[in-house]
Design a protein around this ligand. Structure first.
Ligand SMILES: [Zn+2]
Length: 59
């Protein structure tokens, strides 16, 4: 019944995108790829890219 204190202090973290172990360098993600994917999500949701095919001003 001897648990190393490290196991208690280090909480198991997983990438919110793919569930892989988090790499400290890319926190809170597991890799740069996942970080970029998440960033892309934010950008597309924040700034809505206007569709060129839809232009109501041009009548
Ligand atoms: Zn990931």
């Amino acid at each position: 019944m001897s648990q190393p204190p490290e196991a208690v202090r280090v909480a198991p973290k997983a990438c919110p995108l793919c569930g892989k172990p988090v790499v400290p360098r890319y926190r809170p993600f597991c890799s740069q790829r996942c970080a970029e994917v998440d960033l892309g999500h934010w950008l597309t949701e924040t700034y809505r890219i206007p569709d060129d095919s839809l232009d109501p001003d041009e009548e």
